[in-house]
Unconditional design. Structure first.
Length: 87
């Protein structure tokens, strides 16, 4: 199974947030994620869950956050694994 690139855009949210077991993030982030595996997104007191698929992310928006997929290139970004706590 191939992993998928996901661009996470917090929109008007200006605080820190986490995706899976990631360190605290800010601003737009690109991540390599496992398709069909739900990932938690925690932004302040708000908690949501999104699932990357090969061609899209479900849901495509959570609160002010938007998600889009892209084809990752070599050495593009961090890998987040939500179950193992590895970043």
């Amino acid at each position: 199974m191939k992993n998928i690139g996901v661009k996470i855009n917090p929109g008007s949210y200006t605080g820190k947030y986490t995706v899976g077991a990631s360190a605290e993030l800010t601003n737009v982030t690109k991540a390599i994620l496992i398709p069909s595996l739900p990932f938690p997104l925690v932004a302040g007191t708000e908690v949501g869950r999104f699932t990357p698929n090969l061609k899209r992310v479900d849901p495509p928006t959570l609160s002010t956050f938007t998600f889009s997929t892209y084809r990752p290139g070599f050495r593009c970004c961090s890998i987040f694994l939500s179950l193992s706590g590895i970043r």
